[in-house]
Write a protein that binds this ligand. Structure first.
Ligand SMILES: Nc1ncnc2c1ncn2[C@@H]1O[C@H](COP(=O)(O)OP(=O)(O)OP(=O)(O)O)[C@@H](O)[C@H]1O
Length: 294
């Protein structure tokens, strides 16, 4: 399976939310990384066919999705940022109801609902009311409903916002599991969500695709730029105004700063192994974009 996004742009008045994005996707998980307003949701909505681009074309296995029309939509599962679930429905009833809306027969529905409940780990909670579910369970029921029509392309917008770490891990593993024979697109600004499961990360900035790489290659790009330095409280401001500073940890009476810099920021600085949090800082430290030292 091959999904090709060819020269896609979307404008809202003067604002270019997407600017000539071209990318080719095959099965597996893709992470879309970008700061607020970088165009992630716009790209996902166009891919989910709920919004039209201003220009550009999307091809699935060489066929223009506009020409495929409902044939394409049947292959899509979309989980937007906000989903309104019927709070008084049980998990099972909700999924049966959505199956009916999606046009599945009664027999298909019973089997499919059972299968997706199992897949997302909610079989034992099938009689529980959705309104009483935790955030993680709600996201999982969201995925379950998106999987009812066995989509080949699953699009999930900010899936882990508001989830606790345990639920985030569980959700990540679920997406990883279902990506074997599907294209899964996952937008986030929580980089740890995609560090381990994405086969490639698409970095969007101001509507432009500025990078498409494996997480390992992206990290290699900053491998000699990440430092840690131990400073006093008074010295923090100096580093913050001259460098991109990430985490600050208290270590007894001093502070350890994580710094992104092309050159050694201080003679006592130690080089560190980069992670995706550093990468995010590298691309999206907007406030400090004009610093000379990096
Ligand atoms: N319907 C709309 N009308 C006008 N402007 C819009 C509309 N939708 C998006 N935009 C603008 O397009 C740009 C990209 O928005 P988009 O929602 O795609 O970004 P995002 O990366 O998903 O951000 P976030 O992480 O905050 O969800 C933003 O500047 C946004 O204000």
């Amino acid at each position: 399976m091959n999904l090709t996004i060819d020269n896609l742009s979307k404008s809202f008045g003067q604002k270019k939310a997407l600017d000539e994005v071209t990318v080719e996707l095959t099965t597996g998980v893709y992470g879309i990384l970008g700061s607020n307003g970088s165009g992630k949701t716009t790209l996902m909505r166009i891919l989910a066919s709920v919004m039209k681009p201003s220009s550009g074309t999307i091809y699935l296995n060489g066929q223009d999705i506009n020409k495929m029309d409902h044939q394409y939509r049947e292959l899509i599962g979309y989980l937007p940022q906000q989903v309104g679930l019927y709070k008084n429905f049980t998990a099972e009833k909700l999924l049966k109801y959505i199956s009916a809306l999606k046009g599945l027969s009664k027999e298909e529905t019973d089997d499919k609902v059972k299968e997706v409940l199992e897949l997302v780990g909610l079989s034992n909670d099938r009689k529980g009311k959705v309104g009483k579910f935790s955030g993680g369970m709600k996201r999982r029921i969201g995925i379950a409903q998106a999987l009812l029509n066995d989509p080949k392309i699953l699009i999930v917008d900010e899936p882990t916002a508001g989830l606790d770490p345990k639920e985030r891990i569980r959700f990540r593993n679920l997406l990883s599991k279902i990506s074997k024979d599907r294209i899964v697109l996952l937008s986030t600004h929580i980089v740890s969500d995609i560090e381990f499961i994405a086969k490639e990360i698409l970095v969007l900035k101001d509507g432009k695709l500025i990078s498409q790489e494996t997480p390992q290659k992206l990290l290699k790009g900053i491998e000699d730029k990440v430092w840690s330095v131990l400073v006093t409280e008074e010295e923090i401001v100096h580093f913050q105004s001259n460098y991109k500073v990430g985490n600050i940890n208290r270590v007894q009476d001093k502070f350890q700063l994580r710094i992104l810099s092309n050159s050694i920021p201080h003679e006592s600085a130690k080089q560190e192994v980069p992670n995706l949090e550093d990468l995010y800082l590298h691309y999206f430290d907007e406030e400090n974009i004009n610093r000379a030292a990096t």
